[in-house]
Write a protein that binds this ligand. Structure first.
Ligand SMILES: C[S@@+](CC[C@H](N)C(=O)[O-])C[C@H]1O[C@@H](n2cnc3c(N)ncnc32)[C@H](O)[C@@H]1O
Length: 207
């Protein structure tokens, strides 16, 4: 399993998730990134190429150190400072109200305690800051959702902790954020159980 999770899965993930449809979605979401940005679940740094010039610096957290050579090469191509830290998003070592934007792409499916991580996101966002999210999750179609529940244990193993069936909008609200905008759509050319997308923006509730 160690061979799979350390060597095979990261390469597979990097290859699949750098596909054209994924790149377009990343670019679209990150148009609104600016100022001090925190990215949770940084993975192999596939968002780096899509951050606009309005980003002043990026703090990136992930408990795994995936494909470090490839990540360093990607970091070397951007014009703003990037600081990577190998930690989980459930306990963030940042002061309250530090970040203008927090970015989460295909990460809330995998974090063991996503509500706790979102509480931390709400804490470290400035009052006028925004969480930009792009996630797959639970279908509103009962038949699809039932298949997501059935296949979730298998996905958990092959996706190294990934869940098919998380209701992303509900988790965001439970984490203490208000959803300002939400798009639901299907990812093209992906089986529907893994392609039910949640894209949008959320803001901290006023104190
Ligand atoms: C499917 S990958 C997505 C990677 C990246 N966000 C992207 O868009 O390509 C999920 C990522 O979540 C990370 N992850 C797992 N548990 C986490 C946690 N507790 N806190 C933060 N990230 C976590 C994994 O290591 C992995 O890099």
């Amino acid at each position: 399993m160690e061979l799979y999770s350390r060597h095979i899965f990261p390469r597979l993930m990097d290859w699949v998730m750098s596909g054209e449809a994924f790149q377009r979605l990343r670019a679209d979401l990150l148009q609104d990134a600016r100022g001090e940005v925190l990215e949770i679940g940084f993975g192999t740094g596939l968002n780096l190429a899509h951050y606009p010039a309005s980003v002043s610096n990026l703090s990136a957290v992930d408990p795994a150190d995936l494909l470090p050579h490839r990540v360093s090469e990607r970091i070397a191509t951007v014009s703003f400072p990037v600081r990577t830290t190998q930690i989980t998003a459930e306990i963030l070592p940042y002061p309250n109200r530090q970040f203008d934007r927090v970015v989460s792409t295909w990460t809330l499916c995998t974090i063991p305690d996503p509500v706790q991580a979102l509480r931390e996101v709400a804490r470290v966002l400035k009052p006028e800051g925004t969480l930009l999210f792009l996630e797959h999750g639970r279908s509103d179609d009962r038949t699809i959702a039932a298949w997501q529940d059935r296949l979730n244990p298998i996905q958990n193993v092959i996706g190294c902790g990934c869940h098919l069936n998380r209701p992303i909008d509900r988790l965001i609200t439970q984490g203490g954020l208000r959803i300002a905008h939400l798009d639901r759509f299907l990812l093209p050319d992906v089986p529907r159980i893994a392609g039910e997308m949640y894209r949008g923006r959320a803001t901290p509730f006023p104190a």
